[in-house]
Design a protein around this ligand. Structure first.
Ligand code: NAP
Length: 293
């Protein structure tokens, strides 16, 4: 596998760190990003910069993508200069972005029609996990393609879970971000009430972490809120994108999600108040304001 040429499209918070991981074991790496200046740090480390997604795919055996949302992925794959134009037998495409199950299925089908194949492989673990290669990956598509690409996926993280046919990993990923939404909303609502009741933040967090409902997620986000550190790990804009994708899937499946629908409104308010590009922990500020703090 180390002889495989890797292409990486999308050098945002996650993609820039994931792409960099292929350089250390010696993979030949090409990159593409809409804003070309973000390619410079990887170019300085030896990556080649492609002028278009099509050129990226022409110079790679396997192309990974990490883009913001479904429209960005549509552009990357299906545009006249898109990755699909260079798909050929043996070519592989790995979609790590969080997108809709429907788009996952459509793009996998499109690659198969050209004799190539694709795998959806959404990730969890934030930019720290992307940098350290400790992401959890969920895959969907053909089992054989998952098995074939395992050595490359392992560059990004040690835990790679096959979820089923095309679209299934996207559903699992959206469920995960729904749980994150509930956990963060629960933590933030609780913190605001506790603060109004005069309780120290540390006391609340200590009890949470000693309890049966403890989670590393509460130390990660609770710690950031305690420090008022809202530097972006995962933006409010992108979490709202995922909440919308989940609600859309729930609508299609006729499965009501009243809790998520309500939580989405709080995150939408955060966007309206100018926090869209802040980390998701910044949602606490909306609840603080609403509580008169
Ligand atoms: N951050 C996390 O903790 C995390 C964790 C798991 C999964 N994810 C998912 O991973 C993906 C990337 O997240 P991120 O946090 O790295 O996002 P990000 O930092 O905002 O980066 C987004 C990337 O998408 C590109 N992009 C946006 N719109 C585009 C368009 N219309 N055409 C082409 N390129 C476009 C951006 O290009 P420019 O540089 O030109 O703007 C950038 O490369 C998302 O799907 C996200 O939901 C994120």
């Amino acid at each position: 596998m180390s002889s495989k040429r890797i292409g990486f499209a999308g050098l945002g918070l996650m993609g820039s760190r994931m792409a960099a991981r292929f350089l250390e074991p010696g993979y030949e790496l090409s990159v593409w990003n809409r804003s070309v200046e973000k390619c410079a740090p990887l170019q300085a480390k030896g990556a080649r910069v492609a002028a278009s997604p099509r050129e990226l795919a022409e110079s790679a055996d396997v192309v990974f993508s990490s883009l913001a949302d479904p429209p960005a992925v549509e552009r990357l794959v299906f545009a006249p200069d898109g990755v699909l134009q260079a798909a050929r037998p043996g070519f592989r495409y790995v979609e790590t972005s969080t997108i809709s199950p429907d788009l996952s299925r459509r793009l996998i089908e499109a690659f198969r029609e050209r004799g190539a194949d694709a795998l959806e492989a959404p990730v969890t673990g934030s930019k720290n996990g992307a940098a350290q290669g400790t992401l959890v990956l969920m895959t969907g598509g053909r089992r054989e393609t998952h098995d074939e690409l395992l050595p490359l996926l392992a560059v990004l993280g040690p835990k790679i879970i096959y979820c089923g046919e095309a679209g299934s990993a996207a559903v699992v990923k959206l469920v995960g971000n729904t749980i994150i939404s509930f956990m963060l909303e629960g933590l933030c609502e609780g913190l605001v009430v506790a603060r109004k009741a005069g309780l120290p933040f540390e006391t609340l967090l200590e009890v949470i972490m000693a309890s049966g409902y403890a989670s590393p997620y509460f130390t990660f986000k609770g710690g950031a809120i305690a420090r008022r550190d809202f530097e972006q790990h995962f933006s409010i804009d992108l979490l709202v994108k995922d909440q919308n994708l989940m609600l859309q899937e729930a609508h299609v499946r006729q499965a009501p999600m009243p809790g998520l629908a309500a939580i989405r409104e709080v995150f939408q308010a955060a966007r309206a108040q100018g926090h869209g590009q802040a980390d998701i922990a910044a949602v606490v500020q909306v609840l603080e304001r609403a509580a008169g703090l």
